[in-house]
Design a binder for this molecule. Structure first.
Ligand code: CP
Length: 308
């Protein structure tokens, strides 16, 4: 049984196979209406639980549509409406759900919740985001980079802003897919040491450069994310804006990257905060391809989990 808990916990050959499978499944659907079932129905007869303890648009819809395209069925569950949100243990929830469904995707706050779910479930568990990581997003981002510009190995990726959970999965991916990652942001919002250590141990140490213009020089891909994450207190908003204003991705910053550099943001965005609308809607931007590729990448992840 394969859980998809994090990029650094998954074999690089399996990650590569999932990206390639996702591209194949996307190609096979080219031009078809979104509600059309795939020619292959690997999830026929499978029931998938999608648990959300935090809000979501992309993760919720892309998993739900992906399961249906592959012939399966979904149960979308809000953590607050489950006994999980009222004191039932994660272990008992995992054991019970495993009697009803074939696969569990959970978006939650604490990584420990995900890990306990995986430990006690007898069906595969997928990480749909925790406060620490967002691996499904970065699988879609690697796929998106490669469909535009070929292999990501050896390319220069620059993250500008908060060293948050999405950055953490980028750092894991740098180690597993072999690209060069630079972080530019204030020291107070540096990434967790453990994710930097992982990339370094895999031979792809993350470069830390406080000057955003210098950081972006020669970049193949520039990435940012919201300045205040879902798990950050809203009281941090003003301080975050003051800390991060200099790291906004705008036309001036993009002019320091390679002329054909891509721009990514996992969305949702606060337009004209972390990135200007000119960049988000401009020629470098592939943000809606990223959103679409959540669907295809996650379909490949689910197939890998279930071995179908
Ligand atoms: N990028 C992402 O995970 O989007 P949602 O929060 O809408 O799922």
């Amino acid at each position: 049984m394969n859980h998809f808990l994090d990029i650094h916990k998954t074999d690089p050959a399996d990650l590569r196979a999932m990206i390639d499978a996702a591209r194949g499944m996307k190609d096979a659907r080219d031009g078809k209406p979104k509600g059309t079932r795939d020619a292959e129905q690997p999830l026929a007869g499978h029931m998938v639980a999608l648990i959300f303890e935090k809000p979501s648009t992309r993760t919720r819809v892309s998993f739900d549509v992906g399961v249906r395209q592959m012939g399966g069925e979904t149960l979308v569950l809000s953590g607050a409406d489950m006994q999980l949100g009222h004191g039932e243990t994660i272990a008992d929830t995992a054991r019970v759900l495993s009697r009803y469904v074939d696969l569990i995707m959970i978006r939650t706050f604490e990584e420990q919740t995900l890990l306990e779910m995986a430990e006690h479930a007898t069906v595969p568990v997928i990480n749909g985001l925790t406060n620490r990581t967002h691996p499904c997003q970065i699988m879609a981002d690697v796929m998106t980079y490669e469909e535009h510009h070929g292999p990501i190995a050896g390319k220069k990726v620059v993250w500008s802003g908060d060293g948050n959970n999405v950055f953490a999965s980028f750092a894991h991916a740098a180690g597993q897919f072999g690209f060069d990652l630079t972080f530019t942001g204030p020291e107070t919002l540096d990434p967790e040491r453990a994710v930097l250590d992982f990339a370094a141990a895999k031979g792809h140490p993350v470069t830390i450069e406080r000057n955003p213009q210098k950081a972006v020089e020669g970049a193949d891909l520039v990435v940012t994310d919201t300045w205040v994450s879902m798990h950050d207190p809203q009281s941090a908003r003003e301080r975050r804006h003051n800390q991060l204003r200099g790291y906004q991705v705008n036309d001036d910053l993009m002019s320091h990257a390679r002329p054909d550099a891509l721009f990514m943001h996992c969305l949702p965005a606060h337009r004209d905060d972390e990135a200007t609308s000119a960049v988000m809607d401009g020629p470098h931007s592939v943000i809606f391809d990223e959103a679409e590729n959540r669907l295809h990448a996650q379909k490949a992840i689910m197939r890998w989990c279930l071995g179908v």
